[in-house]
Design a protein around this ligand. Structure first.
Ligand code: C5P
Length: 226
């Protein structure tokens, strides 16, 4: 899916138009979401596209459940929440009876062991917290996990075959990595167990976004076939 990390609906609409049928699934995060992106999500859904709302919700259970119920009316496919048990239970309750799928973000990929200690966690490994929260997400009934591509095979082993794994930090061979530290190519990520890949800058900053999107889709198809 293509990350619409843009600051206006006009820019997003123009990009989606340029990409045309090479793009079927779009991710809207904080940047566009808080700049009219929620209405635009509905517009995309009405035009036949799928939408992943990357809002990373986390609040008291009652608020999360009500918020998720409201999002479920937009017709989007995926919504993210932080993988705290109370938050995950509330999100699962809020999407009950709808087609919305909830994805949990276990530990933000910008956090390492030291960042967790600074945030008040007992000294330990971020990877262990990812594993613990993955198991909790599975047991609570979360539909999938967002994780860095190199973590996908470990997460898959804990999650079982039925839940989804979505990985950002994807770079076609030879593309600039930017601030992403743990990147994989589309083929590597799919072979590692990912179901969906999020790609933003390599497509949205390309001279020809449609061509890059088509090349990535071909890469994914080759990995799935092979
Ligand atoms: O431009 P790039 O392909 O690196 O963008 C990746 C997208 O995935 C961005 O929208 C970013 O916010 C998101 N993301 C991420 N790492 C996470 C979760 C989400 O890069 N752990």
């Amino acid at each position: 899916m293509i990350g619409l990390d843009l600051s206006s609906v006009e820019d997003a609409r123009a990009l989606v138009h340029r990409i045309g049928d090479a793009g079927t699934f779009y991710k809207i995060g904080y940047q566009l979401g808080y700049a009219g992106g929620l209405s635009f999500a509905r517009e995309l859904v009405e035009s036949g596209k799928k939408v992943f709302l990357d809002l990373k919700l986390h609040d008291i259970g009652n608020t999360v459940e009500a918020g998720v119920r409201a999002v479920s009316q937009l017709g989007v496919t995926f919504l993210t929440v932080h993988a705290y048990p109370q938050t995950m239970r509330a999100a699962v309750a809020g999407r009950e009876g709808t087609a919305l799928k909830i994805l949990a973000v276990t530990v933000l990929t910008s956090y390492d062991d030291d960042d967790l200690v600074e945030a008040g966690y007992a000294p330990g490994h971020a990877a262990d917290l990812v594993a613990r929260r993955t198991v909790q997400a599975r047991d609570i009934g979360i539909d999938g996990i967002v994780c860095a591509a190199p973590e996908a095979s470990r997460v898959r082993a804990l999650l079982g075959p039925d839940r989804l794994i979505v990985t950002p930090g994807i770079r076609p061979a030879g593309a600039a990595t930017g601030d992403q530290k743990r990147v994989m190519t589309p083929q590597e990520a799919i072979r590692g167990g990912a179901d969906h890949l999020v790609v933003a800058r390599p497509i949205i900053q390309a001279v020809d976004p449609r061509a890059v999107a088509q090349a990535i889709v071909a890469d994914i198809s080759a990995a799935s076939a092979g």
